[in-house]
Design a protein around this ligand. Structure first.
Ligand SMILES: [Zn+2]
Length: 364
Protein backbone atom coordinates (compact mmCIF):
# COMPACT_ATOMS: atom_id res chain seq x y z
CA UNK A 1 0.00 0.00 0.00
CA UNK A 2 1.81 3.13 -1.13
CA UNK A 3 2.03 6.10 1.16
CA UNK A 4 2.67 9.64 -0.03
CA UNK A 5 5.71 11.40 1.44
CA UNK A 6 5.29 14.75 -0.26
CA UNK A 7 3.54 16.49 2.63
CA UNK A 8 6.45 16.15 5.06
CA UNK A 9 9.03 17.57 2.71
CA UNK A 10 6.91 20.57 1.82
CA UNK A 11 6.10 21.19 5.48
CA UNK A 12 9.79 21.53 6.28
CA UNK A 13 10.30 23.92 3.39
CA UNK A 14 7.58 26.35 4.42
CA UNK A 15 8.60 26.09 8.06
CA UNK A 16 11.55 28.39 7.52
CA UNK A 17 9.54 31.01 5.67
CA UNK A 18 6.78 31.05 8.25
CA UNK A 19 9.14 31.44 11.19
CA UNK A 20 10.71 34.51 9.64
CA UNK A 21 7.38 36.03 8.67
CA UNK A 22 5.89 35.87 12.16
CA UNK A 23 5.26 39.44 13.35
CA UNK A 24 2.42 39.35 15.83
CA UNK A 25 2.92 39.68 19.58
CA UNK A 26 6.07 37.91 20.74
CA UNK A 27 4.26 35.12 22.53
CA UNK A 28 2.10 34.20 19.53
CA UNK A 29 5.19 34.38 17.34
CA UNK A 30 6.87 31.84 19.62
CA UNK A 31 3.87 29.56 19.59
CA UNK A 32 3.72 29.80 15.82
CA UNK A 33 7.40 29.00 15.47
CA UNK A 34 7.03 25.99 17.76
CA UNK A 35 4.07 24.85 15.68
CA UNK A 36 6.03 24.94 12.41
CA UNK A 37 8.98 23.25 14.05
CA UNK A 38 6.78 20.44 15.33
CA UNK A 39 5.33 20.08 11.85
CA UNK A 40 8.81 19.93 10.36
CA UNK A 41 9.59 17.04 12.68
CA UNK A 42 6.36 15.27 11.78
CA UNK A 43 4.93 15.80 15.30
CA UNK A 44 1.43 16.40 14.01
CA UNK A 45 -0.33 16.39 17.34
CA UNK A 46 1.89 18.97 19.00
CA UNK A 47 1.77 21.07 15.84
CA UNK A 48 -2.03 20.92 15.71
CA UNK A 49 -2.39 22.09 19.28
CA UNK A 50 0.17 24.90 18.87
CA UNK A 51 -1.57 26.13 15.70
CA UNK A 52 -4.89 26.09 17.53
CA UNK A 53 -3.41 28.29 20.22
CA UNK A 54 -1.84 30.66 17.70
CA UNK A 55 -5.09 30.92 15.70
CA UNK A 56 -6.98 31.85 18.86
CA UNK A 57 -4.65 34.86 19.22
CA UNK A 58 -4.41 35.70 15.51
CA UNK A 59 -7.45 34.25 13.72
CA UNK A 60 -7.01 36.20 10.47
CA UNK A 61 -3.54 34.81 9.78
CA UNK A 62 -3.92 32.60 6.70
CA UNK A 63 -0.59 30.87 7.27
CA UNK A 64 -1.71 29.59 10.64
CA UNK A 65 -4.75 27.97 9.05
CA UNK A 66 -2.46 26.47 6.41
CA UNK A 67 -0.27 24.97 9.15
CA UNK A 68 -3.28 23.75 11.05
CA UNK A 69 -4.50 22.05 7.88
CA UNK A 70 -1.16 20.35 7.23
CA UNK A 71 -1.11 19.04 10.81
CA UNK A 72 -4.65 17.73 10.39
CA UNK A 73 -3.64 16.05 7.13
CA UNK A 74 -0.76 14.28 8.84
CA UNK A 75 -3.18 13.05 11.46
CA UNK A 76 -5.55 11.90 8.72
CA UNK A 77 -8.26 14.31 9.90
CA UNK A 78 -9.00 15.07 6.29
CA UNK A 79 -12.26 16.92 6.83
CA UNK A 80 -10.63 19.29 9.35
CA UNK A 81 -7.70 19.74 6.98
CA UNK A 82 -10.02 20.69 4.11
CA UNK A 83 -11.84 23.23 6.31
CA UNK A 84 -8.54 24.76 7.45
CA UNK A 85 -7.24 25.13 3.88
CA UNK A 86 -10.52 26.69 2.78
CA UNK A 87 -10.29 29.20 5.62
CA UNK A 88 -6.68 29.96 4.68
CA UNK A 89 -7.72 30.56 1.06
CA UNK A 90 -10.68 32.73 2.06
CA UNK A 91 -8.20 34.92 3.96
CA UNK A 92 -5.57 34.81 1.23
CA UNK A 93 -6.66 33.45 -2.17
CA UNK A 94 -3.06 33.58 -3.41
CA UNK A 95 -1.79 31.15 -0.78
CA UNK A 96 -1.11 28.43 -3.33
CA UNK A 97 0.38 26.04 -0.73
CA UNK A 98 -3.08 25.80 0.78
CA UNK A 99 -4.72 25.24 -2.61
CA UNK A 100 -2.28 22.48 -3.53
CA UNK A 101 -3.02 20.65 -0.30
CA UNK A 102 -6.75 21.27 -0.49
CA UNK A 103 -6.72 19.43 -3.82
CA UNK A 104 -4.83 16.48 -2.36
CA UNK A 105 -7.20 16.28 0.61
CA UNK A 106 -10.26 16.37 -1.63
CA UNK A 107 -8.78 13.64 -3.79
CA UNK A 108 -7.95 11.57 -0.73
CA UNK A 109 -11.54 11.89 0.48
CA UNK A 110 -12.79 10.50 -2.82
CA UNK A 111 -13.90 13.88 -4.24
CA UNK A 112 -11.96 13.66 -7.50
CA UNK A 113 -14.16 16.27 -9.20
CA UNK A 114 -13.52 18.74 -6.36
CA UNK A 115 -9.79 17.96 -6.46
CA UNK A 116 -9.74 18.65 -10.21
CA UNK A 117 -11.52 22.01 -9.79
CA UNK A 118 -9.04 23.00 -7.09
CA UNK A 119 -6.05 22.12 -9.27
CA UNK A 120 -7.50 23.92 -12.27
CA UNK A 121 -7.37 27.11 -10.21
CA UNK A 122 -3.92 26.21 -8.91
CA UNK A 123 -2.51 25.64 -12.39
CA UNK A 124 -4.11 28.90 -13.61
CA UNK A 125 -2.47 30.75 -10.69
CA UNK A 126 0.93 29.07 -11.09
CA UNK A 127 1.30 27.99 -14.74
CA UNK A 128 4.95 27.05 -14.14
CA UNK A 129 4.05 24.31 -11.64
CA UNK A 130 4.68 21.21 -13.76
CA UNK A 131 3.97 18.80 -10.88
CA UNK A 132 0.55 20.32 -10.32
CA UNK A 133 -0.18 20.10 -14.04
CA UNK A 134 0.89 16.43 -14.09
CA UNK A 135 -1.28 15.67 -11.06
CA UNK A 136 -4.24 17.45 -12.65
CA UNK A 137 -3.76 15.46 -15.88
CA UNK A 138 -3.60 12.20 -13.94
CA UNK A 139 -6.79 13.00 -11.98
CA UNK A 140 -8.58 13.91 -15.22
CA UNK A 141 -7.55 10.58 -16.79
CA UNK A 142 -8.77 8.80 -13.69
CA UNK A 143 -12.10 10.60 -13.76
CA UNK A 144 -12.60 9.95 -17.49
CA UNK A 145 -11.91 6.29 -16.88
CA UNK A 146 -14.23 6.11 -13.87
CA UNK A 147 -16.98 7.88 -15.83
CA UNK A 148 -16.77 5.06 -18.37
CA UNK A 149 -16.89 2.37 -15.73
CA UNK A 150 -19.85 0.30 -14.63
CA UNK A 151 -20.59 -0.79 -11.09
CA UNK A 152 -21.40 -4.13 -9.51
CA UNK A 153 -23.00 -3.42 -6.16
CA UNK A 154 -22.96 -5.83 -3.22
CA UNK A 155 -23.99 -5.30 0.40
CA UNK A 156 -20.51 -4.35 1.58
CA UNK A 157 -18.69 -3.40 -1.61
CA UNK A 158 -19.10 -1.49 -4.85
CA UNK A 159 -16.90 -2.85 -7.62
CA UNK A 160 -16.21 -0.59 -10.63
CA UNK A 161 -14.94 -2.06 -13.89
CA UNK A 162 -14.52 -0.83 -17.42
CA UNK A 163 -16.28 -2.93 -20.03
CA UNK A 164 -18.83 -5.70 -20.39
CA UNK A 165 -15.93 -8.14 -20.81
CA UNK A 166 -14.99 -7.49 -17.19
CA UNK A 167 -18.47 -8.03 -15.80
CA UNK A 168 -17.77 -11.68 -14.95
CA UNK A 169 -14.56 -10.71 -13.22
CA UNK A 170 -16.35 -8.02 -11.22
CA UNK A 171 -18.88 -10.59 -10.07
CA UNK A 172 -16.07 -12.92 -9.08
CA UNK A 173 -14.34 -10.07 -7.22
CA UNK A 174 -17.55 -9.23 -5.36
CA UNK A 175 -17.93 -12.82 -4.19
CA UNK A 176 -14.30 -12.99 -3.19
CA UNK A 177 -14.60 -9.71 -1.24
CA UNK A 178 -17.70 -10.95 0.51
CA UNK A 179 -15.87 -14.04 1.75
CA UNK A 180 -13.00 -11.84 2.94
CA UNK A 181 -15.49 -9.55 4.70
CA UNK A 182 -16.84 -12.32 6.89
CA UNK A 183 -13.55 -14.15 7.42
CA UNK A 184 -11.55 -11.05 8.41
CA UNK A 185 -14.48 -9.63 10.34
CA UNK A 186 -14.66 -12.71 12.50
CA UNK A 187 -10.91 -12.79 13.03
CA UNK A 188 -10.75 -9.16 14.22
CA UNK A 189 -14.24 -8.86 15.66
CA UNK A 190 -15.04 -5.87 13.47
CA UNK A 191 -17.19 -5.41 10.36
CA UNK A 192 -17.00 -2.14 8.41
CA UNK A 193 -20.52 -0.74 8.06
CA UNK A 194 -19.96 1.64 5.12
CA UNK A 195 -19.61 0.05 1.66
CA UNK A 196 -16.00 -0.17 0.53
CA UNK A 197 -15.29 1.10 -2.98
CA UNK A 198 -13.23 -1.20 -5.22
CA UNK A 199 -11.93 -0.36 -8.70
CA UNK A 200 -10.60 -2.98 -11.12
CA UNK A 201 -7.98 -1.67 -13.53
CA UNK A 202 -5.82 -2.92 -16.33
CA UNK A 203 -2.17 -3.07 -15.30
CA UNK A 204 -1.35 0.14 -17.21
CA UNK A 205 -4.25 2.06 -15.68
CA UNK A 206 -3.24 0.85 -12.23
CA UNK A 207 0.40 1.99 -12.56
CA UNK A 208 -0.74 5.34 -13.99
CA UNK A 209 -3.28 6.11 -11.31
CA UNK A 210 -1.51 4.76 -8.22
CA UNK A 211 2.08 5.43 -9.38
CA UNK A 212 3.12 2.32 -7.41
CA UNK A 213 6.39 0.45 -7.72
CA UNK A 214 6.09 -2.54 -10.06
CA UNK A 215 6.04 -5.03 -7.18
CA UNK A 216 2.78 -3.59 -5.81
CA UNK A 217 -0.18 -5.87 -6.57
CA UNK A 218 -2.95 -3.71 -5.15
CA UNK A 219 -3.47 -0.45 -3.31
CA UNK A 220 -5.77 1.09 -0.73
CA UNK A 221 -6.10 4.85 -0.34
CA UNK A 222 -9.70 4.95 0.81
CA UNK A 223 -10.54 3.03 -2.37
CA UNK A 224 -9.29 -0.50 -3.06
CA UNK A 225 -7.51 -0.43 -6.43
CA UNK A 226 -6.51 -3.68 -8.08
CA UNK A 227 -4.93 -4.51 -11.44
CA UNK A 228 -6.65 -7.50 -12.96
CA UNK A 229 -3.79 -9.42 -14.58
CA UNK A 230 -5.93 -12.21 -15.98
CA UNK A 231 -7.23 -12.80 -12.48
CA UNK A 232 -9.99 -15.19 -13.60
CA UNK A 233 -7.33 -17.84 -14.22
CA UNK A 234 -5.78 -17.25 -10.81
CA UNK A 235 -8.72 -17.15 -8.45
CA UNK A 236 -6.47 -17.75 -5.45
CA UNK A 237 -4.30 -14.77 -6.32
CA UNK A 238 -7.37 -12.57 -6.74
CA UNK A 239 -8.66 -13.72 -3.34
CA UNK A 240 -5.33 -12.97 -1.75
CA UNK A 241 -4.94 -9.48 -3.24
CA UNK A 242 -8.52 -8.43 -2.51
CA UNK A 243 -8.39 -9.77 1.05
CA UNK A 244 -5.08 -7.97 1.59
CA UNK A 245 -6.44 -4.60 0.49
CA UNK A 246 -9.71 -5.14 2.35
CA UNK A 247 -7.70 -5.65 5.56
CA UNK A 248 -6.18 -2.20 4.98
CA UNK A 249 -9.71 -0.83 4.73
CA UNK A 250 -10.58 -2.50 8.06
CA UNK A 251 -7.42 -1.10 9.65
CA UNK A 252 -8.50 2.36 8.47
CA UNK A 253 -11.87 2.01 10.17
CA UNK A 254 -10.13 0.98 13.42
CA UNK A 255 -7.39 3.60 13.27
CA UNK A 256 -7.29 6.39 10.71
CA UNK A 257 -3.79 7.40 11.81
CA UNK A 258 -0.63 6.48 13.75
CA UNK A 259 -0.48 2.88 12.52
CA UNK A 260 3.12 1.71 11.95
CA UNK A 261 3.56 0.12 8.54
CA UNK A 262 4.74 -3.22 9.97
CA UNK A 263 1.43 -3.55 11.81
CA UNK A 264 -0.75 -2.49 8.88
CA UNK A 265 1.09 -4.53 6.24
CA UNK A 266 1.81 -7.37 8.67
CA UNK A 267 -1.87 -7.78 9.46
CA UNK A 268 -2.76 -7.70 5.77
CA UNK A 269 -0.02 -10.17 4.87
CA UNK A 270 -0.74 -12.49 7.81
CA UNK A 271 -4.49 -12.67 7.14
CA UNK A 272 -4.66 -12.38 3.33
CA UNK A 273 -4.53 -16.20 3.09
CA UNK A 274 -3.94 -19.13 5.41
CA UNK A 275 -0.50 -19.74 4.00
CA UNK A 276 2.45 -18.09 5.72
CA UNK A 277 4.99 -20.56 4.41
CA UNK A 278 6.54 -17.94 2.11
CA UNK A 279 7.32 -15.74 5.11
CA UNK A 280 8.48 -18.56 7.37
CA UNK A 281 10.99 -19.62 4.74
CA UNK A 282 12.61 -16.21 5.18
CA UNK A 283 12.81 -16.52 8.98
CA UNK A 284 16.63 -16.56 8.99
CA UNK A 285 16.65 -13.17 7.33
CA UNK A 286 13.62 -11.55 8.98
CA UNK A 287 15.12 -12.08 12.46
CA UNK A 288 17.65 -9.38 11.67
CA UNK A 289 14.95 -6.84 10.69
CA UNK A 290 13.78 -4.75 13.66
CA UNK A 291 10.15 -3.64 13.52
CA UNK A 292 11.25 -0.11 14.40
CA UNK A 293 12.87 0.02 10.95
CA UNK A 294 9.54 -0.82 9.31
CA UNK A 295 7.43 2.02 10.61
CA UNK A 296 7.17 4.41 7.70
CA UNK A 297 6.09 2.83 4.43
CA UNK A 298 7.61 0.17 2.19
CA UNK A 299 7.39 1.89 -1.19
CA UNK A 300 10.98 3.12 -0.90
CA UNK A 301 12.14 -0.53 -0.96
CA UNK A 302 13.11 -2.50 -4.02
CA UNK A 303 11.34 -5.81 -4.70
CA UNK A 304 13.62 -8.04 -2.59
CA UNK A 305 13.70 -5.64 0.35
CA UNK A 306 9.92 -5.33 0.17
CA UNK A 307 9.44 -9.10 0.33
CA UNK A 308 11.62 -9.21 3.43
CA UNK A 309 9.77 -6.29 5.02
CA UNK A 310 6.41 -7.97 4.40
CA UNK A 311 7.70 -11.31 5.69
CA UNK A 312 9.09 -9.80 8.90
CA UNK A 313 5.86 -7.86 9.45
CA UNK A 314 3.63 -10.85 8.70
CA UNK A 315 5.54 -13.12 11.10
CA UNK A 316 5.41 -10.51 13.85
CA UNK A 317 1.67 -9.94 13.53
CA UNK A 318 0.95 -13.68 13.18
CA UNK A 319 2.67 -14.10 16.52
CA UNK A 320 0.51 -11.41 18.10
CA UNK A 321 -2.63 -13.01 16.67
CA UNK A 322 -1.63 -16.46 17.97
CA UNK A 323 -0.66 -15.10 21.34
CA UNK A 324 -3.52 -12.75 22.14
CA UNK A 325 -6.09 -13.06 19.34
CA UNK A 326 -7.53 -10.72 16.75
CA UNK A 327 -9.54 -8.72 19.30
CA UNK A 328 -6.35 -7.66 21.08
CA UNK A 329 -4.75 -6.61 17.80
CA UNK A 330 -7.92 -4.67 16.87
CA UNK A 331 -7.82 -2.95 20.26
CA UNK A 332 -4.16 -2.08 19.79
CA UNK A 333 -5.14 -0.41 16.52
CA UNK A 334 -7.98 1.51 18.18
CA UNK A 335 -5.59 2.76 20.87
CA UNK A 336 -3.07 3.92 18.28
CA UNK A 337 -5.79 5.67 16.30
CA UNK A 338 -6.78 7.56 19.43
CA UNK A 339 -3.24 8.84 19.78
CA UNK A 340 -1.90 6.49 22.46
CA UNK A 341 1.79 5.72 21.86
CA UNK A 342 2.82 2.27 20.63
CA UNK A 343 4.72 1.33 23.79
CA UNK A 344 1.85 2.21 26.12
CA UNK A 345 -0.82 0.66 23.90
CA UNK A 346 1.21 -2.52 23.38
CA UNK A 347 1.83 -2.96 27.09
CA UNK A 348 -1.84 -2.48 27.82
CA UNK A 349 -3.13 -4.87 25.14
CA UNK A 350 -0.46 -7.59 25.30
CA UNK A 351 0.62 -7.29 28.92
CA UNK A 352 4.28 -7.02 28.07
CA UNK A 353 6.66 -4.38 26.75
CA UNK A 354 7.05 -3.94 23.01
CA UNK A 355 10.83 -4.16 23.39
CA UNK A 356 10.47 -7.69 24.87
CA UNK A 357 8.34 -8.73 21.93
CA UNK A 358 10.87 -7.33 19.51
CA UNK A 359 13.76 -9.07 21.28
CA UNK A 360 11.85 -12.34 21.11
CA UNK A 361 11.31 -11.94 17.37
CA UNK A 362 15.04 -11.48 16.89
CA UNK A 363 15.64 -14.85 18.57
CA UNK A 364 12.76 -16.91 17.29
ZN1 LIG B 1 -0.58 -3.79 1.82
Amino acid sequence: MPYRKMVFVAAVAICAIAAVAAQIDPRTALVERAAWEALGKGQARQAASAFREAIAADPKNARLHLGSGIAAMLERRDRDAGDAFETALALDPKLTEARARLGVVRYRMGDTAGAIRTYETLVADVPSDADAQATLDRWRREQDLHDRMQNAIGSHFTVSFEGPAEAALAKQALESLDRAYWRIGEELGTYPSDPVRVVLYTTEQFRDITRSPTWVAGAYDGTIRVPMLGAIDKAEELDRVLAHEFIHAVVRTLAARNVPTWLNEGLAAALESNDLEWANKLADKTRAVPLRALQNGFTRFNGDQAVLAYAASARAVRRLLDEAGGFAVANLLRDLGEGIGLDAAFLHRFQRPFTDFQAELAES
